[in-house]
Ligand binder design. Structure first.
Ligand code: C5P
Length: 201
């Protein structure tokens, strides 16, 4: 069976949590596509060149240490605006999306560019303040020096860059179901996502 769940949305909207839970529930593969851009961003921070790094990316690079840090997130959103970087990462994502057995991909352009034919599309969002608070509570565990203000500024900077870039900007596909999780519990968001997928299966 070929069945793709495309989940798009801004940073810390809850799309990763929803993606992982859906993949687990339906025994689908799961790809957090942000990791691809983070892995390229990390290589650039280490002195590499973005396009060459994207072309040479290997699956094991997605397990590198430190990909979740704020500097890597910013580097990721900068390399993600380079069309050649996006082109180099396209086939890998498409192959996983259409693999036999079902797949959940989360990112910014899954329903619009990577897999416009996805059987179920979700656009998960929340206010910048709610998303920054969630990300802060995550980050402060490993970096006690991080502040709420810095995390909010980081979230807003990435939103602006991801929404305004020319190539595959962050946007809801026309046929995506929009889920605003600002005032939703994780359980309620998961339930809504689950209902959407079940209705399309
Ligand atoms: O989702 P995550 O926060 O890990 O993504 C890191 C960065 O990678 C985003 O800010 C965005 O610029 C980029 N990205 C993208 N397209 C995707 C997934 C992530 O441009 N499908």
């Amino acid at each position: 069976m070929i069945f793709t769940v495309a989940i798009d949305g801004p940073a810390a909207s809850g799309k990763g949590t929803i993606g992982r839970a859906l993949a687990h529930r339906f025994d689908f593969a799961h790809l957090d596509t942000g990791l691809l851009y983070r892995a390229v961003g990390a290589k650039v921070l280490a002195g590499g060149e973005a396009i060459a790094a994207a072309r040479a990316l290997r699956p094991e690079d997605l397990h590198a240490e430190g990909l979740r840090s704020a500097p890597v997130a910013q580097a990721a959103s900068r390399v993600a605006a380079i069309p050649e970087v996006r082109a180099a990462l396209l086939e890998f994502q498409r192959r996983i999306a259409r693999r036999e057995g079902g797949a959940v991909l989360d990112g910014r352009d899954i329903g619009t560019v990577i897999c416009p034919e996805a059987e179920a599309k979700l656009f998960v969002t929340a206010t910048p303040e709610v998303r920054a608070e969630r990300r802060y509570l995550e980050l402060v565990q490993s970096d006690p020096t991080c502040t709420r203000d810095a995390v909010l500024a980081d979230v807003k900077a990435r939103d602006a860059r991801d929404t305004n870039r020319a190539d595959a900007p962050l946007a809801a596909a026309e046929d995506a179901v929009v889920l605003d999780t600002s005032e939703m519990s994780v359980e309620a968001a998961l339930e809504a996502a689950l209902a959407l997928v079940k209705a399309r299966l």
